[in-house]
Design a protein around this ligand. Structure first.
Ligand code: FES
Length: 149
């Protein structure tokens, strides 16, 4: 069973066995991960399932967003160059989600992320990430945490 690592605000890390097919939000709520509420049940209406994705997992969980993009501005010629800055983030624009995978960020998720607390460039809504075997070892952090990545 894939294991998901949750970094908490107090610096502790909880590793949870996650059942494939469930969303990360469902796994977190079931295992009482503090900081993930999942108030809307995964219908993209609350942003209470907000998490940060470790850079080692951006290729899979933030498709189209590479590590290199964290240190330089996105290409102004990209299709998403008109995207607004995320509130609370640095001056990095929202990533260009060019990757076509089942883990890509939809426009609806991106819109809801704008309402999330302490939004960062590596933010996602965990209700939109479905657990798969190849996500074994996925490292996430909870809002308010400062994991150093
Ligand atoms: Fe409400 Fe994810 S649980 S947006």
């Amino acid at each position: 069973m894939p294991q998901i690592h949750f970094h908490h605000k107090d610096g502790t890390v909880k590793i949870i066995d996650a059942q494939p097919g469930l969303s990360i939000m469902e796994v977190a709520v079931k295992n009482k991960i503090v900081g993930i509420e999942g108030a809307c049940g995964g219908s993209l209406a609350c942003a209470t399932c907000h998490v940060y994705v470790h850079p080692d997992w951006w290729d899979k969980v933030l498709p189209g967003y590479s590590k290199e993009m964290s240190s330089r501005p996105p290409d102004p010629r990209s299709a998403r160059s008109e995207d607004k800055l995320r509130p609370g983030s640095s001056d990095i624009e929202a990533p260009a989600f060019a990757g076509a995978t089942d883990l890509k960020i939809s426009d609806d998720e991106n819109d809801m992320l704008d309402l999330a607390f302490d939004l960062r460039k590596n933010s996602r809504l965990s209700c939109q990430i479905i657990v798969r075997d190849d996500l074994d070892g996925l490292i996430l952090a909870l809002p308010g945490s400062k994991p150093g990545w």
